[in-house]
Design a protein around this ligand. Sequence first.
Ligand code: G4P
Length: 300
Amino acid sequence: MDIQWFPGHMTKARRQIEAKLKLIDIAIELLDARIPLSSRNPLVDEILLHKPRLIVLNKSDLADAQATKAWINYFANQGHTCIAVDSNSGHNVNQIAIQSKIILRDWFERQISRGINPRAMRALIVGIPNVGKSTLINKLAGRKIALTGDRPGVTKGQQWIKVTGGELELLDTPGILWPKFEDQTVGYRLAVTGAIKEEVLHIDDIAFYAVKDMIKKYWSTLADRYQLKSPPDNVEDPEEIVKIMEQIGRVRGCVISGGQIDFDKTSSVILRDFRAGKLGNITLELPDENVIITTKDDLN
Ligand code: G4P
């Protein structure tokens, strides 16, 4: 995964997507259902401004179903059609063509009224690295597509992949957008879900952040998994979070000589469990928290 998003890289990525937008009828914006705002590119509304768009919450198999519903409503209130899918299993991916058709109904009607037999809808999948773009393309295509030129700066011939019986055509190269790095909370959430590499932030810090978030929102899930007795009195006190991490380390046998907790090992256990869905279905951010709404000011 390439996370070296220098300004030049971003400009190139943006230009590549804008060139592709000329070829398509609808953009499919892929977000991680566990962190729908943090996995959003900060300029996506600007980049996709003039294109019909379907928002797809991917990895919904790992997210909290109630929270996913709340996010679907949140985006609906902003005027977007939003659906949740699991690209690994293929759950709900058939809705992509169905909903695209509804979004593009005026386009269909215009063609029919001109006596033209509507051609297949053309779509581009866009999203930040690791959100599941290739997995979704492969699932929709029903086979493994060799993705060419899927890194910024690499341009190669593109092909249309016919999916869902030919009524939808996808560009074989997804549009890769950069994540929003500027905000610390966003950075940690991206790291917790594995969207950015652990080397960028220290694994202990990432797990600390995950534990803190989960204590607040999913205490009983965390307590069940790691046999924790009682939540900290003050979740804002870092020492209390560290104590919970120590308890987790002890339960999972992450102990070094002298009985001390191996925090690196404990952290990697926690993150592995989270990413594999072993802690249950968890969504790290909710629409009503209203914390990371991208405003025009954020973009500058
Ligand atoms: P990208 O093209 O946007 O960069 O993402 P990609 O498809 O490579 O997916 C990144 C990781 O996310 C992959 O896991 C993939 O299996 C996983 N993934 C994609 N969609 C879903 C989904 O709906 N649910 C779940 N649970 N996982 C999903 P990986 O560990 O990096 O690779 P692998 O173990 O699958 O080979």
